[in-house]
Design a protein around this ligand. Structure first.
Ligand code: 5AD
Ligand code: SF4
Length: 480
């Protein structure tokens, strides 16, 4: 990580134009402002970042936290802080409502702490009607920015400090990817690594392409260097992140496939585990299956969103595969890699979904036997093609289908979960057990959780564990 104290910035001189130098200049400036605040308060100002949504947002929050720590804030574990940032999600409607609810709560805190600053970022802020609502109804918010300009956080923060007015900066779209800004990781031993941003798929229900913009891949050398640096800093597991990792590299000046990238990541000495998220079934290549089959570092877990089992609905969703394509793909993966855990996302109640369509989804669930599945009720997102489709399904019908699906998905997960009982497996120790200090909690390659007796000094290490008992969704084990 860069330390801004090593950057000699004359703050009276012109602001650098090129990135990331410009942001280091603003970090130095923000640091001064935070020092002044510290003198006023007689203590170090604190910050709290609350993250909603997916792994991408979690990674963005680590970057934002990195900047806040660099400029002198200390982390607080609740919203009783001098700077509160919400990194929002807008994939489903209820996520938006949650944020508005929280804002009311923050307003009360701000009334008691006049130095408090409130910032909002993330996907929800890329929606025009949201920003309008915030300007109108939540004028106590200090800073609003989108998903394309998080690297400019320091600059925007300085602006908010100096103007004491709501600063709003949302970009429609950008090609810019700024490398080498500070990051503060949540876990010392594992880390997400963005390999691409945005999405070009335009599934008809999904708002992501509108709020995250077009697909942009990072240069392979930047990704590999970031991972080498992470390994040097103690990381043993990386999660490669993208909305559709299988189309990585298509838009690079020297195109490269995701399988080729994985092959290079695999060769990094000291790196022990590789995960990735998310795979679109339409782009999962034979080349990738070969790489997964022969890899010793890539974890035995594939998240392969189904969304619906009905070819008719899949077409309306613009998923570009049929029920049969999906099932054939799963067969091919299982044939080459029998121990690959497969998980999925399923949407219930997409416009026009009939009982027959729903039964097709249940049929795929039966045939694939997912290790686990995230099930969602279709949420109408303004601006997406599905929002104006005919045949929106009545709430009670959706609820009934959702309950039937969830029940079956859970029964199958519970049945599958026990299949490794008695075996010795490799486990990454991730933390102390939340309920029993004598135990630690670890994760198997296939993403299953194991609790076992061990010393907390093993956190971040890979150990061999015998799985003695399965308790539904997790194992109890003993170190061997
Ligand atoms: N309604 C319900 N679920 C959705 N998802 C994306 N958009 C919607 C929506 N409008 C789900 C998909 C996706 C997951 C991240 O969220 O299943 O894979
Ligand atoms: Fe949304 Fe589809 Fe892109 Fe996934 S692939 S982010 S579901 S548009």
């Amino acid at each position: 990580m860069h330390d801004i104290s090593s950057y000699e910035f004359d703050l009276t001189k012109e602001v650098p134009i090129s990135e990331p130098q410009r942001q280091f200049y603003y970090m130095a400036k923000a640091k001064k402002l935070v020092e002044e605040l510290e003198q006023k308060l007689g203590r170090k100002p604190s910050f709290h970042v609350a993250t909603f949504g997916c792994q991408m947002n979690a990674r963005d929050s680590e970057k934002l936290t990195g900047i806040l720590e660099q400029i002198g804030y200390v982390e607080a574990d609740s919203e009783d802080a001098d700077f509160v940032l919400y990194n929002t999600c807008t994939v489903r409607e209820n996520a938006n409502n949650k944020v508005y609810g929280h804002l009311g709560y923050l307003h009360n805190k701000k009334k008691k702490n006049p130095h408090m600053m409130i910032a909002l970022c993330g996907c929800m802020m890329q929606e025009e009607h949201v920003v309008e609502t915030i300007r109108r109804k939540y004028q106590f918010v200090d800073l609003v920015f989108g998903t394309h300009n998080i690297y400019k956080f320091a600059e925007l923060l300085v602006q908010a400090f100096l103007t004491r007015q709501m600063v709003v900066e949302i970009w429609e779209d950008t090609d810019q990817i700024v490398e080498n800004l500070p990051v503060e990781r949540k876990y010392p031993f594992k880390s997400g690594v963005n390999i691409m941003f945005g999405c070009n798929n335009f599934c008809s229900y999904c708002i992501v392409p509108y709020v995250r913009g077009r697909e942009r891949s990072r240069q392979p050398e930047d990704i590999l260097q970031e991972i080498r640096n992470l390994v040097a800093d103690g990381v043993v597991e990386v999660m490669l992140l993208g909305q559709n990792v299988n189309s990585y590299g298509k838009n690079l000046s020297e195109p490269m496939t995701f399988a080729q990238l994985l092959t290079e990541v695999e060769q990094i000495p000291g790196l022990q585990r590789i995960r990735f998220m998310t795979s679109h079934p339409k782009d999962l290549s034979d080349e990738l299956i070969e790489v997964l089959a022969h890899s010793s570092k890539i974890c035995r877990h594939l998240h392969l969103p189904l969304q619906s089992g009905s070819t008719r609905i899949l077409e309306k969703m613009n998923r570009r595969y049929t029920k049969e394509d999906y099932l054939m793909l799963v067969d091919k993966i299982r044939e080459k890699i029998p121990d690959m855990a497969i998980t999925t996302d399923i949407i219930v109640g997409f416009p026009g979904e009939t009982e027959e369509d729903f039964l097709e989804t249940m049929d795929v669930v039966e045939k694939v036997q997912y290790d686990s599945a995230f099930t969602f009720i279709y949420s109408r997102r303004t601006g997406t093609p599905a929002a104006s489709m005919e045949g929106q399904v009545p709430e009670e019908v959706v609820k009934d289908r959702f309950d039937r699906l969830l029940k079956r998905v859970q029964e199958i997960s519970a049945q599958k979960a026990g299949c490794y009982t008695g075996q010795v497996v490799e486990v990454l120790v991730e933390g102390e057990n939340e309920h029993d200090a004598a135990l630690v909690t670890g994760r198997m390659s296939n993403n299953s959780i194991v609790h076992f007796a061990a010393d907390a000094s093993l956190i971040g290490s890979l150990v061999q564990v015998r799985l003695t008992e399965c308790k539904g969704f997790y194992y109890i084990g003993e170190m061997v």
